[in-house]
Ligand binder design. Structure first.
Ligand code: ZN
Length: 341
């Protein structure tokens, strides 16, 4: 099969269109013909190389896949089904898995990361429980743009922060995959949403998703703006994934009793925490990593009814994966960048 792989870490030019061996199915696994694969920042991190993380080479990235089942070693799955894929692979047998917290499984892996070859390829294999059938009216490009970011944002807002109707939420980088998903999920659940963007032309796009107020994080001080917009109170929830560059202002934006949830640190993972502010203002900081299979099925119901709509920035053919990754790294995009096959 054709696949885009990297044989060593480095810049986007290490990505190569190769002839790669087809995946061999084990018991309970299915083979999916990839029709679309959305990019995530995880693809960039693993290509550049991460300290203390070994990526087996050559490696196929790609965590967000939609396509068609063409072969099945699972008794209850027949070929032909149109699907999107759960990005999380877990053992299915441990206490975490059996408690519905499969993203806390000791063997939890994200498709396309480390030992699981991903969707930058014509074919990918997954356990049958990772299939999510999609209705005919949902196209493959939008289906691929849904799972990882909407699941991550859903877990952050609904499970970790326990968002309630009427609360104020600050969402960083509304043009990012997680950002555009979080704005929509928070609006859907009756929150007042404050979003940040990095350029003037993204302000209107963020408002179009339902954000009530939009802050330019390059020209305005996020915390000062939040204090001004909330009559000095601050917000109940902050959705963080930017990291060192915004961490202090994100914490300063919280109201008393506020919750900050973080799922990423694109600008660096070393930040400080003022313990006096933490206890005296009764703040909570949550770490969050992807989400559970059950949560994706719940979130997908709103996707299939049209209430949640993944924003697609643009598509590239598989052979242009390096150009697609460069666009993601340049931060010029709004929404998901998708490889279409
Ligand atoms: Zn498990």
């Amino acid at each position: 099969m054709k696949a885009v792989r990297f044989h060593q870490h480095g810049g986007a030019d290490v990505l190569r269109l190769d002839d790669a061996p087809e995946p061999e199915l084990g018991p309970g696994e299915v083979l999916v013909r990839v029709r679309a694969c959305a990019l995530n920042y995880l693809d960039i991190w693993e290509r550049r190389g991460l300290p203390h993380v070994t990526i087996p080479m050559p490696h196929i990235s790609g965590s967000d896949v939609a396509g068609q089942v063409i072969e099945s070693a699972a008794h209850d799955v027949t070929p032909g089904r149109r699907v999107m894929l759960q990005p999380g692979v877990s053992c299915g047998r441990c206490a975490a898995c059996l408690s519905g917290k499969d993203n806390q499984c000791p063997q939890y892996e994200v498709l396309g990361y480390r030992n699981h070859q991903g969707g930058y390829a014509e074919l990918v294999k997954v356990p049958a429980q990772n299939l999510v059938p999609i209705p005919d009216e949902i196209d493959f490009v939008h289906a691929s743009a849904f799972p990882l970011t909407f699941l991550t944002a859903w877990h952050m807002l609904m499970t970790r922060a326990q968002l309630k109707r009427g609360e104020d939420v600050l969402i960083l980088a509304a043009g990012s995959g997680v950002g555009q998903a979080a704005v929509q999920i928070a609006v859907l659940h009756g929150a007042r949403v404050f979003a940040t963007v990095g350029s003037e032309k993204k302000l209107e796009r963020a408002r179009g998703l339902g954000a009530h107020e939009v802050i330019n994080h390059h020209t305005q001080d996020i915390a000062d703006e939040i204090k001004r917009l909330t009559n000095r109170r601050g917000v109940d929830v902050v959705i963080e994934h930017v990291g060192a560059a915004t961490w202090a202002r994100s914490l300063r934006s919280l109201a008393r009793g506020g919750r900050l949830v973080t799922c990423g640190a694109t600008t660096g993972s070393n930040a400080s925490l003022d313990l006096a502010a933490l206890f005296s203002r009764q703040l909570t900081v949550h770490g969050s990593y992807v989400g559970t299979k059950g949560e994706l099925l719940r979130a997908a119901r709103f996707f299939f009814t049209g209430e949640l709509n993944p924003v697609v920035d643009c598509t590239f053919p598989l052979a242009d994966a390096s150009a697609a990754q460069r666009r993601l790294e340049s931060s010029g995009h709004f929404g998901k960048i998708v490889l279409e096959m």
